[in-house]
Write a protein that binds this ligand. Structure first.
Ligand SMILES: C[S@@+](CC[C@H](N)C(=O)[O-])C[C@H]1O[C@@H](n2cnc3c(N)ncnc32)[C@H](O)[C@@H]1O
Length: 308
């Protein structure tokens, strides 16, 4: 997992989640979040127009992140985070801390096999109804009519949001790159604004300290060769062992792991090495995943499998 920021957030600040955004920005200005900021042009325009607000952007594409980072690096009121916004919105912000969340032209992921990547799932609206201040808004712009309609249905269904407006072909002052593209193709554009009317409690996966367990145990070394391809499951936690490698000196095993907490996947390495007659199994120091339940559990699941 890689994290880049326009202004660096000190690693120590990530030891505790949700983040203290007042400390990160050095002021108590209202927070506005953009999900999937692409090349960052929209964020740049907003951040310049509203210096009295703080902006946080989420993106999953490293290429977009680099472009946006170059564009935004001189602005003090913007921070960029590379992570899935469905995870970041819930884990990085406390209840009633965000004034507005904006999402411009998300990929709709309309194929059944891609549905898991869609942002506007019911759990996302639970998160929004938690992190938005009372009366805070979610603003969507899209070229996909059903996506706009689904956003309204899902947001309003549970009584957490009310529809402020649904506009076909709005005259938006600031246009994004995709917006200009779809307009040049003659596509219709839809904008939706939802207002939070009910607060909802959500369970955060991390919360509090970002510590990681390590395990000391006896192991049956022959079991390491059985690990590649193994899948461990418990509740919403899934851990897949993609590979097992021996260190150059032959003393340690490096395990390539993918873990998932529901739809949130992370890739990282664990290490197992002998120590005073026992073995230590822990996160490899070169890996830095968020310490979710699945990441913590992966150490235990592997220790149980190779343990004697
Ligand atoms: C179609 S582009 C739109 C970019 C920009 N908002 C615009 O309108 O020009 C969608 C962007 O959302 C990003 N994205 C997709 N899923 C995401 C997620 N779960 N969290 C954060 N960003 C995401 C993609 O990497 C991509 O850059």
């Amino acid at each position: 997992m890689i994290k880049l920021y326009v202004k660096e957030i000190k690693p120590a600040e990530f030891d505790f989640l949700p983040l203290d955004w007042t400390g990160v920005f050095g002021n108590t200005n209202p927070l506005i979040v953009e999900i999937g900021f692409g090349s960052g042009e929209y964020l740049l325009e907003l951040a310049k127009r509203y210096p009295e607000k703080n902006f946080v952007g989420f993106e999953v594409s490293i290429t977009s992140m680099k472009k946006a980072n170059n564009r935004l690096k001189d602005l003090n009121n913007v921070r960029l985070v590379i992570t899935d916004a469905r995870f970041g919105m819930r884990e990085f912000f406390g209840p009633r801390t965000v004034e507005k969340v904006i999402m411009n032209f998300p990929v709709p992921w309309d194929k059944k096999s891609h549905e898991r990547r869609r942002v506007i799932v019911p759990e996302f609206f639970d998160t929004l109804a938690n992190v938005l201040v009372d009366g805070g808004t979610f603003e969507l712009a899209t070229d996909v009519r059903w996506y706009a309609e689904r956003t309204i249905e899902t947001g309003v269904e549970k009584g957490y949001f009310e529809l402020v407006e649904f506009v076909e072909n709005p005259d938006r002052e600031v246009k994004t790159r995709y917006e200009r593209k779809w307009l040049s193709y003659g596509r219709d554009i839809y904008s939706v604004t939802l207002r939070k009317v009910k607060h909802v409690e959500v369970e955060r996966l991390i919360g509090g300290h970002h510590e990681m367990p390590h395990i000391k145990c006896q192991v049956d070394e022959s079991k390491f060769s059985e690990l590649p391809g193994k899948v461990f499951k418990e509740g919403a936690k899934v851990v897949v062992i993609k590979g097992v490698y021996k260190s150059v000196d032959g003393g340690a095993y490096i395990l390539k792991v993918i873990s998932a907490d529901g739809d949130f996947q992370q890739h990282y390495y664990l290490v197992a090495y002998p120590d005073e007659g026992e073995w230590i199994i822990k996160l490899d120091s070169a890996s830095n995943p968020y310490r979710t339940p699945a990441v913590k559990w992966s150490v235990k699941a592997i220790a149980k499998f190779v343990g004697e």
